[in-house]
Design a protein around this ligand. Structure first.
Ligand SMILES: Cc1cc2nc3c(=O)[nH]c(=O)nc-3n(C[C@H](O)[C@H](O)[C@H](O)COP(=O)(O)OP(=O)(O)OC[C@H]3O[C@@H](n4cnc5c(N)ncnc54)[C@H](O)[C@@H]3O)c2cc1C
Length: 480
């Protein structure tokens, strides 16, 4: 018997651990462990927990067709989950446990604990790199060092793609069923989570639906990606991030379909090449977090980031979370996040810049809040995005380049279509005034059920420059 431990790789297709476990002609059983206390400490969004649960229900049926039962158990945290898997493997007489690696600190520790617990019971542990296009530590500079800057990393990835077989793995062959597997099937209980979950019926959770979404996007929308991806009113990005985050889809499946549909995927400036760049950003942040365990402990990548003296005003933080800052593009974005669990990338950059540079609030507060809401929450991408926005990460936005939330809104939602969708209180404000509605309301003696700006951008900008400058001039200790 072989046991496959599913984590953030909730797919039956193109799953390396599952394929490896299925190579021998032995029965295969799958297991997933809900870890509510660990998830709470990681601020897992109930939306994402809902997607995980829905996906497990679908995966269970998909694997059933292969005669592979999927057992769902509960343990408080990662440490107990490692013990639970070892005990379960022992109980069903598994010769080996197969899993795909996760590179964050707690996850790596959990896997080491599992390896040891299994070894004590004489059970083998096989772990595979399957989360990214390129496993961490495989793309290195000429000096053999990991990259800290995206563009050379991307170029090296593109070179490595030459001659690489990126074709996704097929489904494992249907297993023979025996009495032990039969017994496991008959004991399967409906999946119930202790962790809070939210409705995700707007999102497909079955393999067929997820693949159809990805294929449709590659066929019909990728060509326009570069031109349209920055405008949140247009649904021009793939919205595949929730699936990539929980591994319901692999980046290799995306790459293979992209290459099939777009012969120009290598040509710079095409939609296809730009979309591939984004998949490589995902790899880049996984690489950064795998290479720098201090990041998992919430340290800034740049040592001086620890010296920034944040204002951390609680009232302003609450206004930001609730989408009540008086800056329409920021507020509309936060409403999109709070109501759907997803936010457009341009808006993530705008609201993160606003929190850190206009409200002078520690980026880690924003990072945690995003995780608690995002259906696509992914530690490495989220942390990378926040550190970039706060100017303290690898390849970060320079601290003196501060987004102006009003001009960002004018540029990327010029007619206010996106803002009106999420802020009905601004429906009657004419397009050219939508980004500064109070100027219009005061001028025409109108009332608005909408807050006045909670800060003055020009004043805050000056303050932010001073705070960041001072932090950079502090004597620095190396980040641990
Ligand atoms: C402050 C901040 C926080 C973020 N938090 C997350 C997060 O928790 N989870 C997450 O998946 N992404 C995060 N991102 C990155 C990005 O915003 C989302 O991946 C993207 O908006 C998802 O939408 P999409 O699937 O339509 O992307 P597309 O534009 O269609 O891109 C395709 C895929 O590439 C990957 N990708 C795209 N942009 C990035 C990026 N900048 N960094 C890393 N991967 C990228 C995603 O997996 C995405 O699904 C964050 C960005 C910022 C600035």
């Amino acid at each position: 018997m072989h046991l496959v431990w599913f984590r953030r790789d909730l797919r039956g297709l193109d799953n390396r651990a599952l394929s490896a476990a299925s190579e021998a002609s032995v029965p295969v059983v799958g297991i997933f462990i809900e870890t509510p206390e660990q998830w709470a400490s990681h601020h897992l969004a109930p939306k994402q927990a809902g997607l995980i649960k829905a996906r497990l229900e679908a995966l269970r049926e998909e694997l059933r067709a292969q005669n592979i039962p999927l057992v769902v158990e509960r343990a408080a945290d990662f440490s107990q989950s490692a013990e639970k898997v070892a005990d379960y493997a022992h109980r069903i007489g598994a010769a080996a446990v197969f899993a795909n690696k996760e590179y964050e600190l707690n996850e790596s520790k959990r896997d080491e604990q599992a390896r040891v617990a299994l070894a004590d019971k004489g059970i083998a542990w096989y772990a595979y790199d399957d989360r990214n296009l390129f496993a961490p530590d495989t793309i290195k500079s000429g000096k053999g060092e990991p990259y800290k800057v995206f563009t050379p990393f991307k170029k090296a990835c593109l070179r490595a793609l030459d001659g690489m077989d990126a074709s996704p793995r097929q489904k494992p062959p249907k297993r023979e069923i025996n009495s032990a597997v039969d017994a496991i099937f008959s004991q399967l209980k409906p999946i119930h989570f202790d962790y809070p979950t939210e409705d995700v019926s707007d999102w497909a959770s079955d393999e067929k639906g997820i693949l159809a979404h990805m294929r449709r996007y590659c066929r019909e929308q990728v060509a326009d990606y570069k031109r349209q991806r920055d405008f949140p009113a247009v649904d021009a990005t793939s919205q595949l991030s929730p699936y990539l985050a929980i591994g319901a889809l692999s980046p290799r499946q995306c790459l293979a379909r992209l290459q099939e549909e777009h012969a120009d995927w290598r040509e710079p400036d095409t939609g296809a090449a730009t979309w591939l760049s984004e998949l490589i950003w995902r790899d880049f942040y996984q690489e950064v977090s795998a290479q720098n365990p201090a990041i998992s402990k919430k340290y800034s990548f740049l040592a001086w980031g620890e010296s920034v003296v944040w204002d951390n005003d609680l009232t302003l933080f609450e206004a930001w979370k609730a989408g009540k800052t008086g800056f329409p593009i920021v507020d509309a974005a936060m409403h999109q996040l709070n109501q759907t669990g997803w936010m457009h990338n341009r808006l993530r950059m705008i609201v993160a810049s606003f929190l850190t540079k206009d409200l002078l609030i520690d980026w880690r507060w924003g990072e945690d809040y995003f995780m608690s809401k995002l259906i696509d929450g992914d530690f490495a991408s989220n942390n990378g995005g926040w550190q970039w926005s706060a100017s303290v990460g690898t390849d970060a936005q320079p601290y003196f380049r501060i987004f102006n939330p009003t001009t960002q809104g004018e540029r990327f939602d010029s007619d206010g279509r996106f803002i009106r969708r999420w802020l009905p209180a601004l429906k009657q404000v004419p397009g050219k005034h939508i980004h500064q509605p109070w100027q219009w309301a005061d001028h025409y003696a109108q009332t608005l059920d909408y807050p006045r700006p909670v800060v003055d951008h020009a004043t805050q900008r000056k303050k932010a420059l001073a705070i960041f400058e001072a932090a950079k001039n502090q004597p620095q200790e190396q980040t641990p």
